[in-house]
Design a protein around this ligand. Structure first.
Ligand code: FES
Length: 577
């Protein structure tokens, strides 16, 4: 517990009128307009970040969760006050939700800094919202506890279990390959998202929920309960009660999100076969605390951490099955010896103590034992080479084994627009063993690093039954996608990283086992091509957030955060491996 003599409750963070007594008097007068008593206003104030939005089905249960959190807060003697912040849904964010993640982090940070609250419950779930809130918590330093909305249930289409969004991509690919017709694609569209909640596979949202629990920022057992289960409401109530305790004890986020906790999160990311996006988000969260993630050390960690969770896209099952199998604790028990069990968590107990207290359910179907993994190494491998001097990654657990070592002719697309125009052209000169390259979809390039790294298989090859090809870009892909897809190539093409120098016809060599990604073109030829590039465009001088974004955005290995939001890094993780 850290002593804190700052004014508490309603007296905290007064509006500056030059007379503190008057500021409090005025504040109380206004809030009493909503019927509060002096007794209520004398309690610890627990803010609740309410991210409900009519555009966001992943947050469709937020109102119910707010009600349950409020009950928990009041049962513990606090005063709950919810307030709105930005809400982001993946499919309703133009040009991409990643472009807006830092805006949500700024909004959340400033709102929890500006308003009186002794602790805050951060409610969110969709891909960018949990990282944005944790980045905000790290920067604001106010006692914070995360609550996720929880996964949606899976659905059923013609007798087959389906769920967003791995199956969205699978059915769309089948439609492009003419394996299913117009009627079926319309029919399955009704079945993929049968309830509110976050995507039902181990995509970015589920991964971030598990990582938030693994790093101790959420209550134990709270990552996996489906959005529509009563469990989810009970977790919300407990979260509210816990928020009062962390307010009274003044538990700062930095005392939970320590190096040990973040290393636990990295370990869990690998063992989940989790989303590649989560690595960017963890890097951004850690960066706000002055901690760098060392990609080479992370890769060594990957080599000793098997994927054990049998969920799509790396495996077969859905989040509700992981919940039934004991939730994240089932995995933590399996990888116990690889974790820092002494890391403190938000309920005042260590990760090890929480594990001791959890019921161990053995379900080898959903969470495999260490000696029978889904994949022998971690889900993500880090690649290096002259094409990616500052690194690139591949989700090796979701890649095709026969393409893990492959050399092929590059077929280059210079932008998403170029890709959209030519990928399905019957005249496109492309063969199944070529390497598809997409440039200019990095943090600055698109801008906002869209999830366009999952380059579709050219229609004419899809129609011949080609299911996977090596694909390379400086962008991201959805955590729900699968394939032999190299992502986050850094530096990106838009700042003249080597990816900008690739021409159609060049040979690219990928060797995941050797962790290598090479462009087999002579150095003098690359130098000639570099000379011929157009100068990097300067950020526009007007344009609000866009200008801020283009001036400040960092590369993937730096978490795509804004430069000025990161203090000087003083520590590196993983520290041992
Ligand atoms: Fe929100 Fe997948 S779109 S979690």
């Amino acid at each position: 517990m850290k002593p804190n003599n700052d004014p508490k409750g309603m007296s905290g963070r007064l509006t500056n009128y030059g007379d503190e007594g008057f500021s409090l008097f005025l504040r109380k007068a206004f809030i009493k307009g909503m019927g509060y008593t002096d007794d209520a206003l004398s309690r610890p104030v627990i803010g609740i970040a309410n991210t409900y939005s009519g555009y966001n089905a992943c947050h469709g249960n937020v109102d119910a969760l707010v009600e349950s959190v409020k009950r928990g807060v009041m049962l513990a003697g606090g005063l709950p006050i919810d307030f709105p912040t930005i809400s982001l849904h993946e499919s309703f964010s133009h040009p991409t939700s990643m472009y807006l993640r830092n805006l949500m982090a700024l909004d959340t940070e400033e709102m929890i800094r500006a308003q009186p609250m002794d602790a805050v419950v951060l409610i969110s779930g969709c891909d960018k919202t949990v990282p944005a809130q944790l980045m905000a918590a790290a920067s604001a330093g106010i006692p914070s506890i995360q609550l996720v909305t929880g996964p949606m249930l899976s659905g059923s289409h013609r007798g087959t279990r389906v769920g967003a969004c791995t199956d969205c991509r699978r059915y769309w690919a089948a439609y492009r390959g003419q394996e299913i017709d117009d009627q079926e694609i319309v029919e399955v569209n009704d079945k993929l998202v049968p309830t509110v909640g976050t995507c039902s596979v181990m995509g970015t949202a589920s991964t971030m929920a598990c990582l938030a629990e693994a790093m101790g920022m959420m209550l134990p057992g709270s990552a996996t309960a489906p959005a529509v289960y009563a469990d989810r409401r009970r977790i919300a109530e407990h979260t509210g009660a816990e928020a009062v305790r962390i307010a009274v004890e003044n538990i700062a986020p930095a005392s939970i999100m320590t190096e040990s906790a973040l290393e636990n999160a990295l370990r869990v990311l690998l063992a989940l076969g989790g989303s590649t996006n989560a690595l960017i988000h963890l890097t951004a969260i850690a960066g706000r605390l002055g901690i760098d993630i060392d990609l080479s050390a992370f890769d060594r960690m990957s080599q000793e951490t098997p994927v054990l969770v049998n969920l799509k896209p790396s495996g077969e099952h859905y989040m509700e099955h992981l919940h039934h199998a004991g939730g994240l604790a089932a995995l933590l028990h399996e990888i116990r010896s690889l974790l820092h069990l002494d890391a403190m968590t938000i309920n005042g107990k260590t990760l090890g103590e929480n594990l001791e207290a959890s019921t161990r359910i053995i379900s080898q179907q959903v969470v495999r034992p260490r000696d029978n993994p889904i994949y022998a190494q971690g889900g993500i491998a880090v690649l290096e080479g002259n094409l990616a001097p500052r690194g690139a990654i591949i989700k090796q657990s979701a890649a095709s084994p026969e393409l893990m070592k492959h050399a092929g002719r590059a077929v280059v697309f210079s932008s998403v627009e170029d890709l959209a125009m030519r990928i399905d052209d019957p005249e496109l000169d492309v063969k199944a063993d070529d390497v598809l390259v997409l440039q200019n979809i990095g943090p600055k390039g698109a801008p906002g690093m869209p999830e366009a790294g999952y380059i579709p298989i050219p229609k004419k090859l899809a129609a011949q039954g080609v299911k996977d090809m090596v694909r390379i870009s400086d962008g991201r892909m959805s955590g729900t996608a699968a394939g032999t897809i190299v992502l986050h190539v850094s530096p990106e093409a838009a700042v003249h990283g080597p990816l900008a120098l690739v021409h159609t016809g060049d040979i690219i060599q990928l060797d995941v086992g050797a962790r290598s990604l090479k462009l087999l073109v002579e150095e003098d030829e690359l130098a000639r091509r570099r000379q011929a590039l157009k100068p990097v465009e300067a950020p526009p001088q007007t344009g609000g957030y866009r200008r801020l974004f283009l001036e400040q955005i960092l590369q993937a290995e730096e978490g795509c955060d804004f430069r000025y939001c990161r203090p000087e890094s003083t520590r590196k993780i993983p520290r041992r491996s």
